[in-house]
Structure formats: C-alpha cells, structure tokens
Design a protein around this ligand. Structure first.
Ligand SMILES: [Zn+2]
Length: 442
C-alpha cells in the first residue's frame, strides 16, 4: 500500500530501533519510490517548484511555462490520462500582463534600497529611467478626506514630476481608493509612497501611466529628499499561459468526476534581483495535488479523479475562469471539487471555504476527522472569491477551497521560501482527502 511504509515507521517504538532495524528501514525508503511518505513527496516537489530555476513561476524568464512543463512531465510519470489539446495535458490561453524583466533600481538620498524587502513597485506601473537623482516634492495627504481635497492635490501634480506622498493611507481610506484605483488616478510621473507594515506584491494585467514605488517606512531616512530610479517594465499584450489537466478513469462510473485543483503560478520576479518563490502560495497546494495524482493513479476509484493545475491565478483567477468557460468534460459531471491553496502549514488545522454552503460534505470531513485524527481542527467559512474554486462554484459545480491554518504566514513576499514551509499536519491533510474521496463515492 502506498502509505504503508510510513505508517509502519510511525508504529515502531523507540525500543525497537536498533542498528539493524535502522538499516532495514533505510533500505525500505531507498528501495521504493512508492513508499515515500506524504511529507517527503510534498517536500521534494515544493523544493523543486520554489527553486530559482522556475523564477517564481511568473511572467519573466519563462518561469510559469517551465512549471507547466514540469507538472505535465510529473503527470506523465504517474500515468494520468490526457484530455488536453492534441492529446496533451495542456490547455492554452492568453492574457495581457505587465512585467518587470530587467533592471529595478531605487535609491533615496543616495542609498540604494533592496528590492522586495525594502520596496515593491506597483505591479501596474510604467517603467522609468533617471540619469541622476532628482529632488522629490513632498505632498502631505493626512488632511485629504474628500474628493474635493483629492482633486486639489492632483492639480498640484505635474506631468513627469517626482513626488513623495506622505500619509497616502488617508485619501485611500476615505475615498475608498484601492491600490488599483489609486494608481489609475495618478499622472505620468514617479510617486514614492511610504508604507507601514508588510509589503505585499501582486500581478497586474493593466498598465498605468504612473510609476509608484511603495517603500517600507523603517528603511527611509528621516528626511527623504532625493530619489533616483531605474525601473524597466515590459507590457505583454498576449502572454501565453496554460493550464495542466490529467485524470485517472473511474472503474465503475467514469463519467462522474472528483476533482482536485490548485494554482501553480506565482508572481515571478520583480526585476533581476527580487524573486518571489511562492513556496506556500502555491507550490504547497500544487505539490499536494501532485501527491494525490500519484496516489490515485495507483489506486483508481469508482469515479474518475481529475487533477487541474491552473495558471493565471495571481492575476485574477484567469486560468480557472478560462477552464470553466472551456471545460474538457462537462461541468455537470463534476460530483465534487476540492481546491487547495496555501496548504503548506496546517499546524492549527484547516479552513474549508464554502463549507457553509456544502454542509453534508463538510459534515463528512468532520466525521472522518473525528477527534482530530488527521488535522487539529476543521473550520468552515462562507463563500470567497480569492481562489480557483470561485468560478466553478459560480457555475453550479459543488466546490470547496481548503487552506491550512498555520503559524508562519509569509504571503506575496520574497520570504515565501521552501525552507519556511513546515508541512505541519500536511500528511494528515493528504490522508483526510484520500478518505474523503472514498466517502464521496459511497
Ligand atoms: Zn497568491
């Protein structure tokens, strides 16, 4: 049995681990790939997907495409069936995307800042190259609480100027300007915006006139006066993206599908230096889906079990939206769908989004988990639109989104590295999903 070896290992008591047993155990592990535990399988895949080779699985240096190729090769190894274009695992589509493929440089008062930890460039920004440092004009925004005040401020901004926007949180809060709206409002020019707290990067399919740099306020000098930037952007009208889909045919009811999904894309790189590895988001969910694909390929079920790894999620659920518009088998044949996003740390348990609207299935999970058999707690939440279950749900497919409740919590930053994904309880989650799959077919 696939997980037998690790269970066997757990059952060994300390007393029985003598040299001779340790020897035979290491023989067991090295002898058969099928005996790899959930954790070591998932660990290995996260290490691969979050490595610099994949460039953050985004839009520069072919990172996303490389990851798609890697996943398809894994599907092939497991022996999954293909339903994609020309007998492949792929579903190709395209979308516009703004990228930062080259130089990203920012200095304040002559000190060069570190891209990623010290600052992020708003993802919809135009590029800008300065030959020498320029003086910034400071604009204080703490009193701007209505649109008249905001319009007056905007009138002061000259095309191509360099501005230091102090307390930009005030107008964004009062005028409900999200980052996107804020960027749209500003003219062509450079805007340095100090930010208090965590810097979170995104991906964006729009291109705005302004170049906006959010800087962590603790790295700024007391009096930021001069700025110099060299930011190279490239707007790609038709970025070629692909989803990767494979399945294991059911032995009794092949037209009914249980589906596991995850997004494999992440933010990529912000210039040459800043890499966003996306180990938790979402090499972790991708690796869990790969684990399940390998498991079910060796343990076919009554129903077919499909595995869908989506791209374009970070830009706005584009891969799953495209899939739902162009399904590879009828959506009505999906009896249940589980989307896995950020499942690398389940120390405190898991949350099931849509658990409220799918009460019988949620109860099934709770019953299987009993007295914390697999994970510590299982929480339920109402609908959300923040991951790839969303478009399926919207189109009537019974779907939940499961994420881990952990402790570390790197998110959309350069620190989301493989070493910090602790995989606490993730073996339990994998086992719970396998049991849940069986239960769904009863
Ligand atoms: Zn994300």
């Amino acid at each position: 049995m696939f997980v037998y070896c690790i269970n066997h290992f757990h059952r060994l008591t300390m007393n029985s681990i003598k040299i001779v047993v340790v020897f035979s155990l290491s023989f067991l592990f090295s002898n058969s790939a099928n005996c790899q535990s959930e954790k070591s399988f998932i660990r290995e895949k996260i290490n691969v997907l979050a490595s610099p080779f994949f460039h953050g699985r985004g839009y520069v240096m072919g990172g996303e495409e490389k990851a798609a190729q890697y996943i398809a090769a894994e599907f092939g190894k497991y022996g999954l069936k293909q339903v994609g274009q020309n007998g492949s695992y792929f579903q190709d589509y395209e979308f516009p995307i703004n990228t930062f493929p080259g130089r990203v440089f920012v200095s304040i008062n002559g000190d060069t800042l570190n891209p990623g930890p010290d600052y992020i460039v708003n993802a919809a920004s135009s590029g800008m190259t300065m030959e020498k440092p320029v003086k910034m004009k400071k604009i204080e925004l703490s009193s701007v609480k209505d649109s008249i005040g905001w319009d007056n401020v905007k009138k002061k901004m000259k095309l191509g100027g360099a501005y230091y926007l102090q307390n930009a949180d005030t107008p964004t809060k009062y005028l409900k300007l999200g980052i996107r709206k804020f960027a749209t409002e500003l003219p062509q020019g450079l805007f340095i915006v100090p930010k208090h707290g965590k810097l979170i990067w995104t991906a964006n399919q729009n291109l705005e006139k302004a170049t906006i740099v959010y800087i962590e306020d603790t790295v700024l000098p007391a009096k930021p006066k001069k700025v110099m930037v060299d930011i190279e952007n490239k707007f790609i009208e038709k970025h070629k993206a692909r989803n990767v889909v494979g399945y294991v045919p059911g032995t009794e009811q092949p037209d009914s599908f249980i589906v596991f999904t995850a997004h494999f894309d992440h933010l990529g790189r912000m210039g040459n230096e800043a890499l966003f590895p996306g180990a938790s988001d979402n090499a972790s969910g991708t690796s869990l889906v790969l684990y399940l694909a390998n498991y079910f390929a060796q343990h076919p079920q009554k129903y077919s079990v499909a595995f869908m790894l989506f791209s374009g999620e970070e830009v706005g659920l584009l891969g799953s939206e495209y899939y739902v518009g162009h399904p590879m088998f009828p959506l009505e044949q999906i009896s249940f769908l589980v989307n896995l996003d950020m499942t690398g740390d389940a120390k405190k348990g898991i949350t099931v989004v849509n658990g409220v609207s799918h009460e019988p299935e949620f109860a099934m999970l709770e019953e299987l988990n009993g007295d914390s058999v697999y994970v510590k707690t299982i929480k339920k939440r109402e609908r959300t639109s923040n991951s790839d279950h969303y478009h399926f749900s919207k189109n009537g497919v019974p779907a939940v989104f499961i994420y881990g409740m952990g402790t570390i919590g790197h998110y959309h930053d350069v620190f989301d590295v493989a070493e910090d994904v602790n995989l606490d309880n993730v073996d339990g989650l994998a086992q719970l999903l396998i049991k849940f799959t069986a239960k769904l077919q009863e």
